[in-house]
Design a protein around this ligand. Structure first.
Ligand code: HEC
Ligand code: HEC
Length: 196
């Protein structure tokens, strides 16, 4: 076989492989398995710095993966990982994870902090992070039950404007931070840690 024919053959195999890939019903969960080492089984995280991705909205998932892929969102590992997936594969995984239910592990919290955090949340965050931040309606991600260290560094990235988010949200967070310093942020974190 000539080199060209060889290449044609390889190309043909890749095409059919790709096709078989897209057609397989188990493809989404197979792709998702490679995320389990860090994000837990079906996207419910056990590790402190890794967010759960179960139940986050389809569009939030795609936006996050695209931002990592294009280095538009700060990341320790996800920018490298996201670059390994095509748009179609990302869509498949978005469907898979958005249909999973998040299963949070219990975290420590202080009741007085939780109460203050709930008040802050209800006043400033509930409008977009509905039901105490337990749902990803309006493509806003899930806050309740997320690992506290992850949420803390994410909020720091947002306040430092290293991670771009909706302007309205940025202002809300910045106001709390200006008025209360880290205290208000910590109260919010206790509230989200207390929620299941
Ligand atoms: C080596 C550990 C690791 C693996 C493997 C991994 N992730 Fe991540 N993921 C993280 C960490 C840590 C973050 C937080 C951002 C960062 O620091 O990179 C994250 C963040 C995310 C987020 C953003 C969640 C949010 O709430 O904004 C999504 C979406 C995501 N990962 C999807 C995936 C998918 C899909 C896979 C499998 C293809 C995967 N991850 C594999 C560690 C990992
Ligand atoms: C105007 C709507 C709105 C308000 C109000 C709002 N958010 Fe958000 N939030 C969003 C959206 C939308 C996202 C998804 C990121 C993006 O594209 O902006 C988000 C994402 C987040 C994230 C990142 C989630 C993740 O998994 O990485 C955190 C943390 C967060 N919000 C915290 C808060 C807190 C705390 C408040 C209240 C002080 C708040 N938000 C108020 C709309 C809002």
């Amino acid at each position: 076989m000539s080199v060209i024919n060889n290449l044609k053959y390889i190309f043909f195999c890749l095409l059919t492989l790709n096709h078989a890939y897209a057609a397989s019903p188990n493809q989404a969960s197979m792709l998702a398995n490679t995320c389990a080492a860090c994000h837990g089984t079906n996207g419910s995280s056990q590790g402190p710095a890794t967010p759960s991705i179960a139940g986050i909205s389809h569009d939030y998932f795609i936006d996050a993966m695209t931002a990592f892929k294009e280095d538009d969102r700060p990341a320790t590992v996800m920018n490298r990982i996201a670059k390994g997936y095509t748009e179609d594969q990302i869509k498949l995984m978005a469907s898979f994870f958005s249909n999973q239910k998040m299963n949070p592990t219990s975290q420590n919290f202080n009741s007085a902090m939780v109460k203050a955090g709930k008040d802050l949340h209800d006043t400033h965050c509930e409008k977009c992070h509905a039901k105490g931040g337990t749902v990803s309606e309006d493509d806003s991600g899930i806050l309740s039950g997320q690992k506290t260290p992850y949420l803390r560094y994410t909020i720091t990235d947002i306040l430092n404007e290293d991670r771009q988010v909706s302007r309205k949200m940025f202002k809300r967070l910045r106001n709390i931070h200006q008025q209360t310093g880290q205290k208000g942020i910590e109260q919010l974190l206790h509230y989200y840690a207390s929620q299941k």
